[in-house]
Design a protein around this ligand. Structure first.
Ligand SMILES: [Zn+2]
Length: 135
C-alpha cells in the first residue's frame, strides 16, 4: 500500500489515501453537479484502498449537505477548502490538493448524476468509493 497525502489550504485538515492501485489507473471524475462545478472538484476513490480525514482540532471539518442529503461534503471550517465526501463509511476524495496530484494521470471523466435514481446512486457509491479507515 502506498500513502498519498493531501489536505486543505491552511493545514487544519489532512487527507490520507492508502492504496495498492497505481494512481495512473485510478479513475478521476469532475462531477457535473452544481457544488462540484463551483469548487472545480476533481474526485477519486479506490474501493480496495483506505482513507482517513484527520482534523488538527475537533470541529475543524464542517459537513455540508444538499440535494438528496445522502452524503456529507467535508469542508475546512477555517480556509473553506472542500476535501471530500462521505457516506456510510465510504468516501470520495478531492485530489487537487494531493502532494502527488501529478501521479493521477487519467483524463477526468465528467459524469452527470442528476437523473440517476437514488438507489442506483447509493449503490454506485458503496461500490466505487473508498472505505474509511477503521481507526
Ligand atoms: Zn483549512
Amino acid at each position: 500500500m502506498t500513502l498519498y497525502r493531501g489536505g486543505c489550504h491552511c493545514g487544519a485538515v489532512t487527507v490520507e489515501l492508502e492504496t495498492a492501485t497505481d494512481p495512473s489507473a485510478i479513475d478521476v471524475r469532475e462531477c457535473q453537479c452544481s457544488f462540484c462545478r463551483a469548487h472545480g472538484a476533481e474526485s477519486a476513490s479506490d474501493p480496495n484502498g483506505r482513507i482517513r480525514y484527520i482534523e488538527r482540532a475537533p470541529g475543524d471539518m464542517v459537513r455540508y449537505q444538499f440535494g438528496t442529503k445522502t452524503c456529507d461534503f467535508l469542508i475546512c471550517r477555517h480556509c473553506g477548502v472542500y476535501v471530500g465526501a462521505v457516506m456510510e463509511g465510504y468516501s470520495t476524495t478531492q485530489i487537487k490538493h494531493f502532494e502527488d496530484r501529478a501521479l493521477f494521470t487519467k483524463t477526468a471523466r465528467h459524469p452527470d448524476y442528476d437523473d440517476e435514481p437514488l438507489e442506483d446512486r447509493l449503490a454506485r457509491r458503496r461500490r466505487n468509493w473508498t472505505p474509511l479507515a477503521a481507526d
